[in-house]
Write a protein that binds this ligand. Structure first.
Ligand code: UFG
Length: 336
């Protein structure tokens, strides 16, 4: 009998890839998603790869009553909580919306985990909790700077809520996964990053520029970096998905209660380097112009991933080249 894992936001970018990793590792994922920022074609892609439709409840995680009914329906042994709003710019314009959605949903999850005696939580956190670190690569114990956006604040606050909950619930355990910059797509091209409306992140915008749908703007070329553009740690979404399964199995065995893990490749690439690499692997020219800096951007950040390697026995399998290839492959499938 497969262990049932509740996956909130399981139709989203990282969520959908994690559904596949869970299935391949012998778990049964139960998806809860309100479909607010993903296209339902991702469900078709998921079903096609799995060979069956995954169990899905179209429910908002802030809806305690509906969530309670789902907890009652299954024998849930762990939760992976992805569901959250994630646009930095939108969070600046509508901070209350971010606080409400991202923190209320976590509150509901923690309360129901307690009520239904579910002890293991994998939480979607972000490198944004660090702000601009003084030293790179950044380690998990690096003290946090003030959050650069309300979105970033919700991730810091989410981690604090989980730490506080753990203190008063001794059987509760959690892995806080701090994602760096997820890119790529499933190698089949059937699922990938498919946000509603204008994307916020670099690679979906590069994909659209590749198709001639928009001109790309590079936000700032006067940073204190070798080529003047910002540096990030880009990680293939398939590797990120695998880390969730490793975290879940680690929670089943570890005596530790709450641990944070950086998930990246452990190397930094500049915006220009990534665009040049994209052009090379996809054999396509990306038109771009240099624009002013985007407010709230950190100059450079990349991860020290030795803790995830050691404790979770996890390492990346995909290169940036493969991630950029898979990303454009999925983008081309969208139009078909
Ligand atoms: N960029 C551009 N042009 C664009 C979009 C992005 O030049 O049109 C640049 C940004 O300035 C930045 C880099 O590309 O230097 C990456 O930007 P993304 O928006 O793709 O990603 P961020 O690093 O800003 O944000 C990501 C996640 C956030 C998370 C953050 C933590 O999307 O959820 O990493 O570092 F909070």
């Amino acid at each position: 009998m497969r262990k049932q894992i509740l996956v909130t936001g399981g139709v989203g970018f990282i969520g959908s890839h994690t559904i596949l990793s869970l299935h391949n590792a012998g778990y049964e994922p139960i998806i809860v998603d309100n479909l607010s920022n993903t296209h339902t074609s991702i469900l078709d892609g998921l079903s096609s790869i799995l060979g069956h439709s995954p169990k899905l409840h179209v429910v908002d995680c802030c809806d305690e009553e509906a969530m309670n009914a789902i907890f009652k329906l299954y024998n849930i042994s762990g939760v992976i909580h992805f569901a959250a709003f994630k646009s930095v710019a939108e969070s600046v314009a509508e901070p209350e919306k971010y606080k409400r959605n991202n923190l209320d949903s976590l509150q509901v999850i923690l309360k129901l985990m307690d009520q239904h005696q579910v002890h293991h939580l994998v939480f979607s956190s972000s490198a944004t909790v660090y702000g601009q670190p003084d030293v790179n690569p950044v380690l998990e114990e690096t003290p946090w700077k003030e959050a650069a956006s309300p979105y970033g604040w919700t991730k810091q606050e989410g981690e604090r809520m989980i730490q506080a909950f753990a203190q008063s619930h001794s059987t509760f355990k959690s892995a806080l996964l701090r994602y760096f910059n997820p890119i790529g797509a499933h190698p089949s091209g059937k699922i990938g990053e498919y946000p509603i409306g204008i994307p916020n992140n670099l690679i979906p915008l590069v994909n659209q520029a590749a198709k001639g749908q928009r001109e790309l703007k590079i936000f700032g070329e006067d940073y204190n970096t070798p080529d003047g553009t910002c540096i990030r740690d880009y990680i293939h979404v398939m590797d990120l998905a695998d880390a969730h399964v490793k975290a879940l199995t680690w929670l089943e065995e570890t005596p530790l209660q709450v641990e944070a893990f950086n998930l990246g490749q452990g190397k930094g690439d500049s915006v220009l380097e990534i665009i040049r690499l994209y052009e090379k692997v996809n054999q396509i020219k990306i038109p771009f112009e240099i624009a002013p800096r985007r407010s709230g951007d950190v100059e450079q950040i990349w991860a020290d991933v030795s803790k995830a390697k050691k404790l979770l026995n996890w390492s990346t399998r995909f290169s940036s080249e493969e991630a950029l290839l898979h990303s454009f492959q999925f983008e081309k499938m969208i139009d078909q």
